[in-house]
Design a protein around this ligand. Structure first.
Ligand SMILES: O=C(O)CCC(=O)C(=O)O
Ligand SMILES: [Fe+2]
Length: 355
């Protein structure tokens, strides 16, 4: 998957935007990590995310993939929320648990060992701060590890003689997630009445874009003034997320404010990314989400991002345009072009391709 790396190589980050804090060495919240107390964070494309209303009472739909009405339920969840929890998803729970355990081992290592696999300034993979870091005035209470394809090169830097199990589990996880992501993509395309061969023949291709992001949010001395992961949308078509049993993930819903996504050990969280927002001609909302932190529990999550090959041209499908009174909302872009626009503009990327 050289091309994801290519998009990022043109836009090198400075080391201060890559090297995470040594969380174990700080007893209080450094000013660099203290966010404004207000619940108001501007996110240009989606307007600003004001906490109008208390979303705590509502929640995203929970859908059983084996339900005979799964397609309709998933489609409606995409339209109303852009996200849902998925049960009976077919990914073995022990594989998910083992991947979470590997993430815990990795993040529990001393900083000097994790830093051996530090993401390079123009690189896509390895250990480091969230890629959205440069767009915000304060740092997030977060550390991550990104995998594109085989994690072997990075893992060997951390465990020169002992990386086999980590690599096996991460590759197996990607393999199984790919199958699920393709199944969900087919279901959602069907819901949108998209059947044109050239529009769907990439599904199942070996060149599809995919990445795995291991996330860790250490316990925080002042959780109310810190931010785990700042408001953002995911770039690709869809994200399938496993979260550990610690709350923190919230989705912004127009009219409701920040809605928590409660951990459910039997479910995976699915949210649509920018590319589905474009393809659906904005019929599916673009899902702004963030992560809060807490004082006592370290939180972990494993995000799997999936999208079409980089040369695929993304544009609103004719069926979705017919449904939308405002006509075609976005110009056509290749996946590669959109990734580059997003890497440079984050929340403004969608408005830059709006018609
Ligand atoms: O940790 C989470 O629950 C969300 C992670 C996330 O949004 C991401 O990795 O893009
Ligand atoms: Fe995300």
């Amino acid at each position: 998957m050289a091309t994801l790396s290519e998009a990022y190589r043109d836009l090198p980050l400075s080391l201060r935007h890559i090297i995470p804090l040594d969380f174990s060495s700080v007893g209080s919240l450094p000013d660099s990590h203290a966010w404004p107390q207000s619940d108001h964070f501007s996110f240009v494309n989606g307007g600003s995310c004001t906490g109008s209303g208390d979303g705590a009472g509502s929640s995203i739909p929970v859908i059983d993939l084996l339900d005979p009405n799964a397609m309709e339920l998933i489609g409606l969840a995409c339209e109303n929320w852009g996200a849902f929890q998925l049960r009976n998803h077919g990914i073995p729970l022990n594989l998910i648990e083992e991947v979470e355990l590997e993430a815990k081992h990795l993040f529990a290592l001393p900083p000097e060992q994790k830093l051996k696999a530090l993401r390079s300034p123009g690189g896509a993979t390895g250990y480091g701060r969230a890629r959205i870091t440069p767009f915000f005035p304060k740092y997030m209470w977060h550390e991550g590890f990104t995998i594109v394809g085989s994690p072997s090169d990075d893992a060997k830097k951390i465990w020169p003689n002992d990386s086999v199990r980590f690599c096996y589990l991460m590759e197996e996880y990607q393999k199984q997630m790919k199958v699920l992501a393709e199944q969900l993509t087919r279901i959602i395309f069907k819901f949108l009445n998209i059947y044109e061969e050239e529009k769907i023949n990439w599904i199942g291709s070996a060149n599809n874009l995919e990445a795995v992001q291991l996330n860790s949010y250490p316990p925080c001395p002042e959780p109310n003034r810190a931010m785990g992961l700042a408001p953002h949308t995911d770039t690709f078509l869809l994200t399938i997320l496993h979260q550990s049993q610690t709350t923190g993930l919230q989705i912004f819903k127009e009219g409701s404010g920040w809605v928590p996504v409660h951990p459910d050990p039997s479910a995976l969280v699915v949210n649509i990314g920018d590319l589905f927002h474009i393809i659906s001609n904005a019929r599916f909302p673009c899902v702004v989400h963030r992560v809060t932190v807490n004082r006592t529990h370290q939180r972990y999550s494993v995000a799997y991002f999936h999208g079409p090959p980089v040369d695929y041209v993304v544009s609103p499908f004719s069926t979705t345009v017919l449904d939308n009174k405002s006509g075609v909302r976005f110009r056509a872009v290749t996946v590669k072009e959109y990734i580059a626009i997003k890497a440079r503009n984050l929340g403004e990327a969608l408005s830059l391709i709006s018609t």
